[in-house]
Ligand binder design. Structure first.
Ligand code: PEP
Ligand code: CO
Length: 471
C-alpha cells in the first residue's frame, strides 16, 4: 500500500498509468454520450474548454483525498449532497446559499452526534449532466431525445430544446465557476463560521417541527466552542472554518477530458473541473470509456454500486482505478434500496474484505428507493410523479449501519439528493407529506429530493445512530 496521504512530496511519485491520455477513452465503447449534429462545432468547443481556467486546484483535491482517507479509517464522516441535477436558471444567490445552509446545518448535527469531523462535498458546481435509462421520450405520439441535463440539452419538450448543443458545455463551465466563486467568497467572508450558525437560518423554517431540537444542538456546540476557547485562550483555530468540496458525475467525457490538466511540480493528470468525480452505475463497465478516463486522473473517485452491479466486475474496476490501494482514492457509494440492501450489501463487503483494500463506504439511500406514484386528488389528479419515501430512505441507512457493524466494516458517510428549499418531492418525514401533496411544489426535472425539513430530520436520525454506535 502506498504511504502517500495528502500534500507530501510523495505525491509526485505517482505518474499516470501506461497507455493513457486524457482522451484515450475515445478508443473505448462509451455510453450515455450525446451525439452532436455539428461535429466540427463540438470540436471547437472542446478546444475552447481545454484552454479556459480550471475551477479547482490540485492542492484542494489532495486535501480532500487526505480527508477521505481519514473517513475510511473511521476518523471522519463524509456528507455528500445536493441536487440530482443542477439547472442553469437556478445558478442564483438564493439557490446557492440555501444549499450551503442545509449542508452546514446537517453537518453541524452530524458532528454533534458522531463526535467526528465532517467533510462536506456538494453535488454542485458541475452536476449538469444526467445518465438516462431511455435515450428517447414519447409524449402524445411525439418522440424526442431525452433530457440529459442542462450541459447537453434543455427540458422543454420540443425539437429545439432537446437537440444536444455543445455550447451548453461552455455555459455549464461558466455556471460552475459562478457557483464556486460565490461559495468561496461566502466562506472567506465568514458565512460558515461556527460562531455564527444564525447566518445559516432559512427564512421559511421558523415553524419547522425540528426547530427546537436543532437550536438545542446549536447552543450546545456554541457552549463547547466557548469552553475550548476559554481553556486555550484563543479562538478555536481551525474549528471556526469549514470547507466545501465539489463533486459531480463524470459523465460527459468531452467536458471531463477538457478539464483534465497537468500542474507544475506534480506529476500526473488532474480533473480540475471538480474535486471528486464519481462514476454512476450505468457507466461503470471496467472496459468502457468512463473507467478508462477515470483510471488516469489523480482525483479521489466515487464509485456507485447498485443491485445490477456485478461483483467480479466491481473487483476488476477497483484493480483498474486503484491499483495501489491509496488511502482516500475510492469512495464506494452503495445504493441498493431498502428492499435489497440486506441481500446485496454483505457480499460486496465480503469481496472487498477479501482483497484487503481500504475503501471509504458511503450509502446513497436515494437512488435505490425511487418509485412512481399517481396523484389521486386536486388539480394535478392523474399526474404520475417520481418520488421516494422518507421511511424507505431511513430504513436503507439504518440497515446499512447494521450490516457494516456486523461485517466489521464501517459506514463512513452518506450521499443525498436534497435541497434547502421547501419542495414537495419526497413523502413522509415530520410534516407527514403524502402522495397527494407532491404536486404542491414539485420542482425537480429528474429525481425527487429531500426538502429542508426532511434533510435536517434525516441528519438528526443519522446522528442519533452514530451516537449509539460510538458513544
Ligand atoms: C445520481 O447520483 O444522480 C445517479 C444517476 O446515480 P446512480 O448512478 O447511482 O443511479
Ligand atoms: Co439522481
Amino acid at each position: 500500500m502506498s504511504q502517500e496521504s495528502g500534500i507530501t512530496s510523495s505525491d509526485s511519485d505517482h505518474g499516470h498509468p501506461e497507455n493513457w491520455a486524457p482522451d484515450s477513452w475515445r478508443g473505448c465503447t462509451t455510453l450515455q454520450q450525446p451525439t452532436y449534429r455539428d461535429g466540427d462545432h463540438a470540436a471547437v468547443v472542446y478546444e475552447r474548454l481545454r484552454r479556459i481556467p480550471p475551477l479547482v486546484t490540485s492542492w484542494e483535491i489532495e486535501a480532500l483525498r487526505k480527508q477521505l482517507g481519514e473517513a475510511a479509517r473511521g476518523e471522519r464522516f463524509l456528507l455528500q449532497g445536493g441536487d440530482c441535477a443542477e439547472r442553469f436558471d437556478e445558478c442564483t444567490p438564493d439557490h446557492i446559499t440555501s444549499k450551503l445552509k442545509i449542508l452546514l446545518q446537517m453537518s453541524l448535527v452530524l458532528v454533534h452526534g458522531g463526535s467526528r469531523p465532517v467533510t462536506r462535498v456538494g453535488r454542485f458546481a458541475g452536476q449538469y449532466a444526467k445518465p438516462r435509462s431511455a435515450s428517447e421520450e414519447t409524449r402524445d405520439g411525439v418522440t424526442l431525445p431525452s433530457y440529459r441535463g442542462d450541459n447537453v440539452n434543455l427540458p422543454g419538450f420540443d425539437q429545439v430544446s432537446r437537440e444536444p448543443n455543445p455550447d451548453l458545455l461552455l455555459r455549464g463551465h461558466e455556471c460552475s465557476a459562478l457557483t464556486l466563486n460565490f461559495i468561496r467568497a461566502l466562506i472567506d467572508g465568514g458565512f460558515a463560521d461556527l460562531h455564527h450558525p444564525e447566518y445559516w437560518n432559512l427564512g421559511f423554517v421558523e415553524h419547522s417541527p425540528l426547530r427546537a431540537q436543532y437550536e438545542h444542538i446549536v447552543s450546545s456546540i456554541g457552549e463547547s466552542l466557548r469552553f475550548m476557547e476559554t481553556i486555550s485562550g484563543s479562538q478555536a483555530g481551525q474549528m471556526n472554518r469549514v470547507d466545501f468540496f465539489s463533486s459531480h458525475e463524470a459523465l460527459l467525457l468531452v467536458y471531463e477530458s477538457a478539464m483534465t490538466r497537468q500542474v507544475p511540480r506534480r506529476s500526473g493528470w488532474w480533473n480540475l473541473g471538480t474535486h471528486m468525480p464519481w462514476v454512476g452505475v450505468r457507466t461503470a463497465e471496467p472496459d468502457g470509456g468512463h473507467v478508462e478516463y477515470l483510471r488516469g486522473i489523480r482525483n479521489p473517485i466515487g464509485v456507485k454500486v447498485g443491485p445490477a452491479s456485478d461483483l467480479e466486475k466491481l473487483g476488476r474496476l477497483l484493480d483498474i482505478l486503484d491499483p495501489e490501494d491509496e488511502p482516500g482514492r475510492i469512495t464506494l457509494i452503495h445504493r441498493f434500496g431498502a428492499k435489497e440492501v440486506g441481500r446485496c450489501l454483505p457480499p460486496v463487503l465480503d469481496m472487498i474484505k477479501s482483497t484487503g483494500r481500504t475503501v471509504l463506504f458511503t450509502c446513497d439511500p436515494m437512488h435505490g428507493n425511487t418509485e412512481t406514484v399517481e396523484i389521486k386528488s386536486g388539480a394535478a389528479m392523474g399526474r404520475k410523479v417520481k418520488t421516494r419515501k422518507f421511511g424507505h430512505i431511513l430504513s436503507e441507512l439504518e440497515q446499512a449501519f447494521d450490516i457494516h457493524e456486523r461485517s466489521g466494516t464501517m459506514l463512513g458517510g452518506v450521499h443525498f439528493e436534497l435541497t434547502g428549499e421547501d419542495v414537495t418531492e419526497c413523502t413522509g418525514g415530520a410534516r407527514g407529506l403524502v402522495d397527494d401533496d407532491l404536486a404542491t411544489s414539485y420542482r425537480s426535472h429528474v429525481d425527487p429530493r429531500l426538502n429542508y425539513d426532511q434533510a435536517l430530520e434525516m441528519a438528526m436520525l443519522i446522528a442519533g445512530r452514530m451516537g449509539r454506535t460510538h458513544g
